[in-house]
Design a protein around this ligand. Structure first.
Ligand SMILES: Nc1ncnc2c1ncn2[C@@H]1O[C@H](COP(=O)(O)OP(=O)(O)OP(=O)(O)O)[C@@H](O)[C@H]1O
Ligand SMILES: [Mg+2]
Length: 254
């Protein structure tokens, strides 16, 4: 498959083939293969130690796989939003953005900083020390840094973990807007309800294996074994997806 080509009107952003990562004797990722498409939002879910951060780090290019490959357009790096904000707390919002724009060798750093401030809605806080921002606003600066090079895909590791419900809502609104403009979004989360609500597709990892790829509804169907009581007319209870997910993992020995 070649990257950037359209299959059934969907443009492939990245293809992962047989990705394996070993840390000594431990296998963190075991022959993972999948594709990501433009404008889609994908959630990676799975228990602690499943390999979510390892997979995102390899896609981001900050970690090398032991085997397998990540096929993407050459020279188009992905935006990376690690779980811990990598910000200089004593510098202002604008100074942080300018510093990272220079490190990324962005052609016009001032223009990029202005565009990012507008995009994250923090123009009025541009001169403020990052240390004085709320966790949600720091997360927005963190995301802006991931977006400085106008990447075709944005990778986020547990982006909402430290946010309150209102900040979380704003984060997903912002991310939905990016996807609407064509950016591929892939994020990890332990908040299964959030994966169901905001992701079009989920990848389920367990002990380094890709156990499932599909929509949250597909996963529920897989668990019910085609049980017709889960059809459209049946009212769904909140937490259905979470119970389906736990059952799915249990059935597969995780
Ligand atoms: N630098 C490392 N050295 C050795 N082992 C590592 C390293 N990084 C990750 N691992 C191991 O690889 C496995 C996958 O870890 P990873 O951090 O990717 O899991 P995760 O799904 O992100 O977990 P969590 O939900 O706790 O964030 C774990 O067994 C972990 O201990
Ligand atoms: Mg992790």
């Amino acid at each position: 498959m070649s990257i950037g080509t359209q299959t059934a009107q969907r443009t492939v952003t990245v293809a992962v083939r047989g990705l394996t990562k070993r840390f000594g004797a431990r296998i963190a990722l075991d022959r993972i293969s999948f594709e990501l498409y433009a404008a889609e939002v994908v959630a990676i879910i799975g228990p602690n130690g499943a390999g979510k951060t390892t997979l995102l780090s390899i896609l981001a290019g900050v970690l090398n796989p032991s085997e397998g490959e990540v096929i993407r357009t050459p020279d188009r790096r992905f935006g990376w939003v690690p779980q811990e904000p990598a910000l200089y707390s004593k510098l202002s919002v604008a100074e942080n953005l300018r510093l990272f724009a220079r490190l990324e060798r962005v052609a016009d750093p001032d223009q990029a900083v202005a565009a990012m401030l507008a995009q994250i809605g923090l123009e009025d806080r541009a001169g403020e020390e990052v240390a004085r921002l709320s966790g949600g606003n720091q997360q927005r600066v963190n995301i802006a840094i991931g977006l400085l090079c106008e990447p075709p895909a944005l990778l986020l590791d547990e982006p909402s973990a430290s946010l309150d419900p209102r900040q979380r809502e704003r984060l997903w609104e912002f991310i939905g807007g990016l996807a609407g403009r064509g950016t591929t979004i892939i994020f990890s989360t332990h908040n299964v309800a959030e994966a169901e609500r905001y992701a079009g597709r989920t990848l389920v990892l367990g002990d380094g294996e890709l156990l499932f790829t599909g929509t949250p509804a597909d996963l529920e169907r897989a668990v019910s074994g085609g049980d017709t009581t889960l059809d459209a007319d049946t009212p769904r209870l909140a937490g259905d997806f979470e119970s389906a997910f736990v059952r799915f993992l249990h059935d597969r020995g995780h």
